[in-house]
Design a protein around this ligand. Structure first.
Ligand code: SF4
Length: 274
């Protein structure tokens, strides 16, 4: 669950307060997964893990890091405020941690962030991304953004666009605002018209394509650590890198994590590295 009550979100009403799986159970469940190549730690509000049991997300990651599990570990989304220096230090020491962060932003306008009841402003968010980059220069960093929140005017959108343009991130999940009955935002009167929302969505989508391309190009002719994903027909396999790049490989691929070299950034073709 979640008790943050962002003004547009129905989750706290439906799921109630966050409840943490006890640490012992987390570790036991993970130890049952040793045949897996990758495990994703996930939750409605993952970074709040432990708050209800006098522990913290930091404690969780420290305990997991000490176990040296044979699979690699990926984190689902984490709120900016929950990515502390201590958490980054622990993750940095983990050989099996996938350098991939998904950090919800929602808007690049401080006025809209306030209306959304997000508990940070864009300066805080930018500083957090810079801090993550300092620890993980080549990590894949993605964000969530909502366009068309009630009251989002042209100036707010332009601020969001230029903020995202300059932000050192690699991809965006873009959502158009959809009202949820029972939330505070549901009662906001000044809705953004549908055509404007779609135009804003499209503009961010184009920006996302540029960022994604730029990110992938960083890995051209470099080795990346991949795991098999699935066979995609006529002798081709798809594999997933730690940075969440889905590469295509001709030839049978190993069953456990292996090194691959990305050779084409358009087709995402890679070869098994020696
Ligand atoms: S958007 Fe996320 S943090 Fe905000 S209330 Fe919903 S689940 Fe909680």
């Amino acid at each position: 669950g979640c008790d943050s009550f962002c003004s547009y979100c129905i989750v706290p009403f439906l799921r109630g307060k966050p409840v943490s799986m006890p640490l012992k159970m987390v570790l036991k469940n993970l130890s049952n997964l040793i045949d897996e190549n990758e495990v994703v730690l996930t939750g409605i509000h993952l970074g709040k893990w432990g708050k209800d049991i006098d522990m913290s997300f930091e404690d969780l990651m420290l305990a997991i890091s000490k176990e040296n599990f044979p699979f690699r570990i990926r984190l689902s989304s984490l709120e900016a405020k929950e990515i502390t220096k201590n958490v980054l230090e622990i993750l940095k020491e983990m050989d099996n941690f996938c350098h991939h962060f998904h950090i919800p932003l929602q808007s690049g306008s401080d006025r809209i962030l306030k209306l959304m009841k997000r508990n940070y402003d864009k300066t805080f968010f930018k500083n957090k991304i810079d801090e993550v980059r300092k620890f993980f220069p080549n990590a894949c960093i993605g964000i969530d953004v909502i366009v068309g929140f009630p009251g989002e005017d042209e100036q707010d959108f332009l601020e969001t666009y230029s903020f995202l343009q300059d932000l050192p991130i690699d991809y965006m999940h873009i959502f158009t605002y959809s009202p949820r009955e029972g939330t505070e935002a549901y009662n906001h009167k000044n809705l953004v018209d549908k055509d404007t929302v779609l135009i804003r969505y499209q503009k961010l989508k184009e920006l996302n394509d540029v960022k994604r391309k730029f990110f992938i190009e960083r890995f051209l002719n470099r080795d990346i650590l991949c795991i098999p994903d699935k066979k995609i027909g006529s002798g081709y396999y798809r594999a997933l890198s730690r940075e969440y790049i889905k590469v295509i490989i001709k030839d049978k691929i190993p069953e456990r994590e292996f090194r691959a070299k990305l050779i084409n950034t358009d087709t995402l073709e890679a070869v098994i590295a020696n």
